[in-house]
Structure formats: C-alpha cells, structure tokens
Write a protein that binds this ligand. Structure first.
Ligand SMILES: [Zn+2]
Length: 216
C-alpha cells in the first residue's frame, strides 16, 4: 500500500511522516532525499536531473515520477510518499503507474487554514550557526535572539516573512487544489485537521489509516 501525505506549509508533514513510518513500518520516500541521492550517485536519472537543476530549471514531471517510481518495490512493502506528487501531471503519472501494478493507495491531506499557516510560519526562527529551528509561539529560545544549543544568532529567514509565506501559500494552493479535486474524484482522499498538537494529529492519522487498512 502507498500512503501519499499532502500537507499545507507548516502542517508538520515532516514530523508526521517520521511518526507514521515508525508506527506502521512504512518506507518513507521524500522527493528531496531521492533527488539528492540520485544526483550524488550520478545515476542516469540523477545526471539528467542535475542538468535541469544546474541551469536553474524545474525538473520535468516525467523525470520526477520516474525517479520516485524507481524506488518502489512491489514485494509487499508499504510506502509513505512525502513531497510527491506535487501537481496534477505527477499525480496522473503516478496513478497510472500504481494502477498498472495494482497497488492500492490513499491520500491524506494535513489541512490548515491560511491564517494558521501564516501564524505558524511567521513565528519560525532559525539559528544562523547550527540551523536549530525555533518557534516564537511554541518553542522560543530561552534568551531572545540567542540559540539554546550554541549561542548563535537566532533570526527570521526571508522565507518566513509574511510576504514570502503568502506567496508560498498561493503557489501551493495553485498546485494543490487540482490535486485535491483529482483525488476526491478518485475516492481516495482523506483529510486531517493539522491545527492541533502533533500528538493529536498523529492519533487522527492513525484513525484514518487503521480504518483504511481494515477495509482492505
Ligand atoms: Zn545554534
């Protein structure tokens, strides 16, 4: 079985992917990790992808899909896909591939309101020296502007300013809305409210997964 985890920016998708993989024994496939791995290994697909990345272009959907599909082994293993598919073209390509291997899949969307995304992401602060991530609401550094771990400067990245977060949200929604509509049409779409604590989100995800697996 394949679990596709989609999440609003700031929904805690990375954390939940890790928790789910541990709890259910999913192999966790993150597109970013696959990219870096293939490019570092200079595999044929990795070399192709490198060319696009070097020239500042987006890696084409079919190449991304090929890289992810290449990681799936149909020996009874279950996978959690994180960061893929990112748009409708990738979703259709993946859908065709999974159908041809008769692999069932489910899509779970970690949903947040726009206001909540803004609140969460603009509160994010990062240590310039060690990369430790803080949040002014949920986990501020003990001393304002100073890293608890290394005493480095804790700052707001340009990525986390309100203007940038709004832009990211727009891009995300443009790509994701067609994806959500597509998966709803396929009858495989589930939604979890991510505006709760990480533990409550994990429990809500478990409810969805357990009921899906019980139905199979
Ligand atoms: Zn630090």
């Amino acid at each position: 079985m394949i679990v596709i985890l989609l999440g609003m920016p700031g929904s805690g998708k990375g954390t939940q992917s890790k928790l789910l993989s541990e709890k259910y024994g999913f192999k966790h496939l993150s597109t970013g990790d696959i990219f870096r791995g293939e490019m570092a290994a200079k595999s044929p697909l990795g070399l192709k992808a490198s060319e696009y990345v070097k020239s500042g272009k987006l890696v084409p959907d079919n190449l991304v899909t090929e890289m992810v599909a290449g990681k799936l082994e149909f020996d009874g293993a279950s996978y959690l896909l994180d960061g893929f598919p990112r748009n409708l073209e990738q979703a259709r390509a993946l859908g065709g591939f999974l159908a041809s291997h008769q692999v069932p899949f489910i899509v779970i969307f970690l949903n947040l309101t726009r206001e909540e995304v803004l609140k969460r992401l603009t509160a994010r602060r990062v240590c310039l020296a060690c990369g430790e991530v803080y949040n002014l609401t949920t986990r501020p550094p003990a001393v304002e502007g100073k890293c608890d771990k290394c005493q480095g400067a804790v700052i707001q990245r340009d990525d986390d300013t309100e203007a940038t977060v709004r832009k990211r949200l727009m891009v995300f929604e443009d790509l994701t809305q067609p994806l959500v509509a597509y998966y709803k049409g396929e009858g495989v779409f589930r939604e979890v409210d991510a505006a709760q604590g990480p533990e409550q989100v994990a429990s809500a995800l478990a409810v969805v997964l357990d009921s899906t697996m019980a139905g199979k």
